[in-house]
Design a binder for this molecule. Structure first.
Ligand code: C2E
Ligand code: MG
Ligand code: MG
Ligand code: MG
Length: 288
């Protein structure tokens, strides 16, 4: 492949880079053909009210069950889908399955969906989501859209109009992975977020690193002041959950409360829980 691009490029392509390219092509082909085959599916990670332990809803996380590569992480296939223009189809396919399943769950439960930077460049994004809600019958107020700061960087104007359309429909919008992007504070003012999600890199290190704990506490206070409640991600221990309660953090998720699971396993969990909360009955570890 490098040879086709002329002599000057040739020197830049080592054997390693060649095989990396082939691997990437294989992945891209796999993603492209896997979407219509239904190989992409939603997993669900519990989100709880930290003070009471009550289950509030789930974050939907995409998984690729590839016949060739096995169960593939979104950290690998999302960037490939973005670069090859497949992210919109992939995302809508996974969302459709999630909303179809979740519409019959307890009507208080919310579903949070991640939207990638490439999708925020699509002027029709809000319309596509609204159409999906109409087709699946999932109510707008139970849907939360998660946007990362990085995706606001490229076209803030379009992002603002998409967020305005989503909010007009009653959809909640949250700022994901807060603290890891650029000029965070300006973004909080630029968009009417309903909620802030603290990145797990701060949360997992809260016990060992006083600075992390101080940052998390400051973000929770900032959220209170701006009327944007905070969700903490990456809560792996009871101790961290307790620290967050004391800081006044409203919602949380992480392996302490439960790992992401497929539709059937999630439905089984909901049956087991009944109307109980994560605080009573079996310990949270039983769901991990
Ligand atoms: P994110 O939105 O920050 O999602 C949280 C990630 O942290 C998930 O990884 C989740 O499994 C992981 N996680 C949750 N709790 C814990 C914990 O207690 N400890 C640790 N170590 N990790 C925890 P996952 O599922 O691999 O997703 C990675 C990222 O991929 C997500 O980060 C999200 O940005 C992206 N992603 C996932 N699904 C989709 C999707 O459908 N569309 C788009 N655009 N992006 C997605
Ligand atoms: Mg997220
Ligand atoms: Mg996140
Ligand atoms: Mg994160």
């Amino acid at each position: 492949a490098a040879k086709d691009r002329g002599k000057n490029c040739y020197a830049w392509f080592s054997d390693e880079m060649e095989s990396e390219l082939h691997r990437r092509n294989d992945f891209e082909q796999g993603v492209r053909s896997g979407i219509p085959r239904g190989e992409f599916e939603p997993f669900f990670e519990p989100q709880v009210d930290l003070a009471t332990g009550r289950l509030e809803g789930f974050e939907m996380l995409a998984r690729w069950r590839s016949p060739t590569f096995g169960l593939v992480s979104p950290e690998i296939f999302i960037p490939i889908a973005e670069e090859s223009g497949l992210i919109s189809d992939l995302s809508l396919s996974v969302m459709r399955q999630a909303l179809d399943a979740a519409k019959s769950w307890d009507h208080r439960l919310t579903i949070s969906v991640n939207i990638s930077p490439a999708q925020l460049k699509d002027p029709w994004l809000a319309q596509k989501i609204v159409k999906l809600l109409a087709e699946t019958g999932f109510p707008a107020h139970r849907l939360e859209i998660e946007i990362t700061e990085t995706s606001l960087f490229e076209n803030l104007g379009l992002a603002q109009s998409i967020v305005a359309s989503l909010k007009n429909q009653g959809i909640q919008v949250s700022l994901d992975d807060f603290g890891t992007g650029y000029s965070s504070l300006a973004h909080l003012r630029a968009l009417p977020f309903d909620r802030i999600k603290i990145d797990r890199s701060f949360v997992t290190s809260m016990v060992e690193t006083a600075d992390s704990a101080a940052i998390v506490s400051a973000i929770v206070k900032l959220g209170e002041t701006l009327n944007m409640p905070v969700t903490a991600e990456g809560i792996e221990t009871e101790e961290i959950g307790q620290m967050l309660v004391e800081m006044g953090c409203s919602k949380g998720q992480g392996w302490h409360f439960g790992r992401p699971k497929g539709i059937l396993a999630t439905q089984k969990l909901l049956v087991e829980l009944g109307h109980a909360t994560f605080a009573d009955g079996q310990g949270p570890g039983d769901f991990g």
